[in-house]
Design a protein around this ligand. Sequence first.
Ligand code: UDP
Ligand code: MN
Length: 397
Amino acid sequence: MSPSDRNKPGSTLFMPRDNFYRSSIRNTRSQPFYITPVYSKMAVSKKRFSMLTLFVGICILYFGYDTYTNYLINQQLRELREDVDILLEISRTSIRPQSSQTTTYRIIGGENGQSGSEPNRESTALLQLNDLHISVKTSKKFHHQRLDIILRTWFSHAKNQIYFITDEEDEEFKLKTDGHLIISGCSNSHDRKALCCKMAMELDFFLSQNKKWFCHFDDDNYVNVWNLLDMLRGYDYAGQWYLGKISTNAAVELQLSDEDQNAVFQFATGGAGFCLSYCLVEKMKPLISGGKFMSIAKKTRAPDDVTVGYIVGHLLKVPLTVIERFHSHLEPLHLMDLETLKTQISFGYSTNPGNQMNRVSVSGWDTESDPTRFLSLDCVLRPDDEKRDCPTVPVSV
Ligand code: UDP
Ligand code: MN
């Protein structure tokens, strides 16, 4: 472009900005109604164009990232499904009888049983407290508020079996729990991701122990460990058992983007506690270890207990066996009489501000010293020779 060309109308398209202003001024004098409007239009549309490019770029990046992560999850799930198929094939050939006769699953001493392999009477009869791994989910913010009462009550009945899965270091409670405080590194919030992260950790930790049963409870549960042990003696840890309490009667139905049919299954509510036999957790291992539990949780977008139900009930086809003796604070626990209380496995309490507390109704300590009633319940359930710290004249509530 020759210098004289530059002054022709419309020919300064790529002229630098300072030249643009100078030439505009210069040309305004000679051709005021022609050159200036063209430059202004170009400047505005250039700005619009770069804004649009930026916007399109952001959109491409956003959708590209989303598609990529979805691709990765689907890839992982495809692999998981292959694992499931292999597992199901193994269980068909090794657990079920070779004959064409259909397996009849039976429970000894169980309740509402639905699944599992034929109990091995020898292994169930020998089950001891030490065969249990009891995992309690908590958070540092609840150590004083909720762990103290557990440590003063049911922890003392199974000190070696109970582990607390928490989120942050706490020297005081590390000492109080005799080193049974496991730091998960998960976030300390109540969201789905944090709770699933802790559940994944609970299961991984169980797999590192050599125990026959995994039982999960929340930190607002009281657990009668003797009744828990007694109930588990009715099932065989070498079979596949998923024992717990459903929170709703209806089965859960999950709609997953890459599955043709909705996943329909029942899950045990974590708030009442649930147990998994060693054999079942071993079977779950390829689906849960090494971060896979979190991949599935991301896919289901469901809380930790529902995700366990999805893996066990839907992917592994092991149905939930309902244990009515597990209870969460969602049930009206004050209606339970003393004789029934003595036969149950777990209880909860809730402290809804403004509402009356939902808690078991049992005589013992006054409500100020024992708002959850766990101290009083523990006094009722403890063996007679361990009742020395209990009130001699129980206060009725
Ligand atoms: N929880 C947690 N982090 C939180 C809130 C709760 O780890 O920020 C744990 C808590 O310790 C308990 C379980 O999640 O074991 C259920 O919490 P909570 O009883 O407060 O609520 P719910 O789900 O019973 O209403
Ligand atoms: Mn709760």
